[in-house]
Write a protein that binds this ligand. Sequence first.
Ligand code: 4NP
Length: 145
Amino acid sequence: MVCLGNICRSPLAEGILKSKLDAEHLVDSAGTSGHHGGELPDKRSIEVARLHGLDIRDQRSRKFTVKDFDAFDVIYAMDRSNYDDILYLSRNDDDKSKVKMILNVSFPNENLNVPDPYYGGDKGFVNVYNMLEEACEIIASKINN
Ligand code: 4NP
């Protein structure tokens, strides 16, 4: 799960998906910028997760690296700009084929963005949570089957 800062959107996506999986799977999140490396998720993400019974305070922000193409089968970008930044780091077609826009899971081929909630209010985080909940439900149902 990849966004820009790895403190707002992708920590929620990581927490939600992990909570829905029946078996142990490697799920992680990262940011393309690395500007918040080592930080906890944003307080507003922690709060909206808590309201849904999820504790994401064990997560720390880290930068997406080229090694992530080797470690993961699928790489979900939260928005188009994250998608482009990840593709820029890809080394080959195999890497490229792993990168998806996460909302295409719920809205195929629409290339919709999970809006960046960082500079907005709490409502933005609720909106982001609901979008990610819907997408992660579909992702988890495929993995759990
Ligand atoms: P995220 O949100 O990419 O969902 O973690 C942001 C976090 C920080 C910044 C921008 C977006 N920032 O500009 O510091």
